[in-house]
Design a protein. Structure first.
Lengths: 222, 222
DNA sequence: TTCCGAACTGAAGGATCGTTCAGATATATT
DNA sequence: AATATATCTGAACGATCCTTCAGTTCGGAA
């Protein structure tokens, strides 16, 4: 049994790190193949053999980098979250204070951009989380994403939060929900990027403004 | 929130409708067992045999009511959405106009109440959607939920929406995201119902107010 | 060129899994 | 009580699945 929110368990760790160039390409090919199989065949037909075949390698090769199927799926999720966190960390590198509404829009825009950049991958990833038994986003990964949002919120010159962590959590959850709803399934429905972005902007701005407004002026309080 | 799809395909229809009392109890037991197996064993170990065993029946019995495993999972989701829609339809049965902020809180409260009533079922259901290949929430089911929200929004005496459908979709998606995050997929820890509720209220109120304010006065528009 | 470790192969093993169906049992009807 | 229908049983089957490992090929350092 895994403790929730702890570091990445041994069961899900990658098996070896690439030293030669080709193996790096192999890992990348496996990642990409997993997404494609997921979209084309569905979760129940997402097979290690099928993924390897699509990646142009043999099953044995796959198992040199991932100790089991779960670890492969976990790596996909981890990579996506890190990409998202990196994008967030690139927001407003200067230390200048800005209006909260501007910051909210930047957060929303960045979130939307990452999701839209790879619509197929986004749609695919929403299906894998349920496949990892007892899956919980490891604390270290979520904390990085949370931290990037917190650092942005600190730049607000016109507002402050009673509980920035709570605000970041709710904001990220809501954006995730909106994204999941918008991308629902790639095959039939068409995604309207403009609507997705404008709705994301609106809900981010509205929520953050409201959450900041409810700040209580009490000094020392738990 | 899933984008609405087509009607329920034959592949996912229930096989027979109960006529005797015992069979009704059997179906209920199977539903409940599926949730328990999902929570205790995870998605990959969610087996028709295991579900039947936990329900106290044999596999054959399960297959008398569900043509396949997918149909069982689909039934679980469908039931949950219908329960949610029913709860929403029970909001403000009178025709009196009310402030939008009050309505927003009622929507949030109702949503939270349904989710909190069965935390285990809620957490379990978030994992099954990915297991149904090419899953899309059938239009008839989503439309009912959307309709209940639209009817509530019409009662706002102090605001109106440019696109009520868009507002309902975004609101429901955001609430779904917040719920999913709160129930443990995103971060570790136990669920705090009070926080969940207050955050749901805040984001619902903030978003709906903002969306209503941005109403444009143009008459005929797509 | 030689050589060694890194990277890759893919058939085979062992374990489930989804699903069926012929027969047994329970309930309702006459 | 006898008959008809609804419900349940669970061993068995074919289809995959995940994973391993002995052997082969490739890349680069010497």
């Amino acid at each position: 049994m895994e403790k929730p929110g702890s570091a990445v368990p041994q069961r899900l760790k990658v098996r070896k790190t690439p030293v030669q160039t080709r193996s790096g390409a192999t890992v990348e090919a496996i990642h990409e193949a997993a997404i494609q199989v997921l979209l084309a065949e569905g979760l129940t037909r997402l097979t290690t053999t099928r993924v390897a075949e699509r990646a142009g390698v043999s099953v044995g090769t796959l198992y040199q980098y991932f100790p089991n199927k779960e670890a492969l799926l976990f790596a996909l999720l981890q990579r996506h979250f890190e990409e998202l966190a990196s994008a967030m960390e690139g927001i407003g590198p200067d230390d200048a204070k800005q209006p909260l509404s501007i910051l909210a829009e930047q957060i929303a825009d960045t979130y939307v951009s990452v999701k839209i950049a790879r619509p197929d991958a986004t749609a695919a990833l929403y299906r894998v989380a349920g496949a990892i038994d007892q899956f919980r986003l490891p604390a270290e990964i979520y904390k990085r994403l949370e931290g990037s949002v917190l650092r942005i919120l600190e730049k607000a010159g016109d507002a402050s939060f009673n509980s920035p962590e709570q605000a970041a959590f709710t904001l990220l959850s809501a954006l995730a929900g909106l994204s999941r709803g918008s991308f629902g399934n790639l095959t039939a429905g068409t995604i309207d990027p403009d609507r997705f972005r404008s709705e994301a902007r609106m809900i981010a701005t509205a929520y953050l403004t409201a959450a900041a407004q409810t700040k209580t002026k009490t000094v020392g309080d738990a």
